[in-house]
Design a protein around this ligand. Structure first.
Ligand SMILES: [Zn+2]
Length: 96
């Protein structure tokens, strides 16, 4: 079976990866892979977070928990500097 024809409008972009898939009958078909998610960002300052891979949710679930995000508190949600500031403010606020 020859693969031809125009993909549906939502798939007519270069950012979608084409994957050739073998069909049970021996033919091949072109499937379109979902776009890579944007890098994880800090909830306060918007800086890119390290240690969080840019993978689709089902690919993330296949990874061990320790390689999905940093294991410190708020890891994968706040950047280290915002966490440090927040903790310092929390401690200072308690003393007053
Ligand atoms: Zn931050």
């Amino acid at each position: 079976m020859k693969v031809c024809g125009m993909p549906r409008p939502g798939l007519r972009v270069c950012s979608k990866k084409k994957v050739k898939v073998k069909l049970p009958g021996g033919g091949t078909a072109v499937h379109y892979k979902r776009e890579k998610p944007k890098p994880a960002k800090c909830a306060i300052c918007g800086a890119q977070l390290g240690g969080v891979p840019r993978l689709l949710p089902h690919e993330l679930r296949a990874l061990p928990k320790s390689s999905r995000r940093p294991t410190r508190p708020y890891g994968g949600y706040l950047c280290p500097s915002c966490l440090k500031l927040g903790l310092q403010r929390a401690i200072l606020g308690q003393k007053k």
